[in-house]
Design a protein around this ligand. Structure first.
Ligand SMILES: [Zn+2]
Ligand SMILES: [Zn+2]
Length: 135
């Protein structure tokens, strides 16, 4: 029996649980992931399609499909947070790592689409670090 991890959106309306049983963990630097997350890269865990129990707020879940590319985004309609979704092919459940309430046991396998990585992300990796906002 695997550990159960809970997750959800930032406003708390949508809640789910997954088994801590992930096959892949990728950071994706592609332009679409950057736009979707509003950040430097997406952090996606991959598991089997049925590894999800929605425990609250399924009525707040919306799915976006890119019209031409194999690209989807699922999010809370109230707060916009990214949520898990089954890939278009139906072969995997993709779980945004940041949607989990605790850390998964899987560590990242790879960074992908590095040809599209931004220079500001690379520069940011060596920027000064503060525990909270700088004083
Ligand atoms: Zn929400
Ligand atoms: Zn991507």
């Amino acid at each position: 029996m695997k550990t159960i991890i809970s997750g959800g959106c930032v406003c708390g309306k949508v809640q789910f649980t997954v088994e801590d049983d992930f096959e892949h963990f990728y950071f994706c630097h592609c332009e679409q992931c950057r736009k979707m997350t509003g950040s430097a890269f997406a952090t996606n865990l991959f598991t089997r399609p049925d590894n999800i129990q929605w425990t609250e707020g399924q009525e707040f879940i919306k799915r976006y499909e890119h019209p031409t590319r194999t690209f989807s985004q699922v999010f809370c309609t109230h707060c916009g947070s990214s949520l898990p979704y089954v890939s278009k092919s139906g072969k995997a459940l993709i779980v945004p790592a940041g949607s989990l309430n605790t850390e998964p046991s899987k560590t990242p396998d790879a960074q992908i689409f590095c040809s599209e990585e931004t220079q500001w992300h690379i520069a940011g990796l060596t920027a000064a670090r503060f525990p909270k906002f700088p004083e």
